[in-house]
Design a protein. Structure first.
Length: 58
């Protein structure tokens, strides 16, 4: 049996707004937080929706 899940695409602005609304950043002043939207991740890397690749250091 195969199950397919439809995933709605969000804009970068929508992703960042949701993160700011629903995440408590203990290590930073809340108003100074500027999270990156993540489109995909594999291993130690993650990519923004524009395709910029980062290494996850946390």
């Amino acid at each position: 049996m195969t199950t397919h899940v439809a995933v709605a695409k969000m804009t970068e602005e929508e992703m960042v707004a949701l993160v700011k609304k629903h995440t408590l950043f203990e290590w930073s002043a809340q108003s100074k937080v500027d999270p990156l939207p993540v489109a995909k991740a594999k291993g130690i890397y993650f990519w923004t929706p524009e395709g910029k690749r980062f290494i996850e250091w946390n």
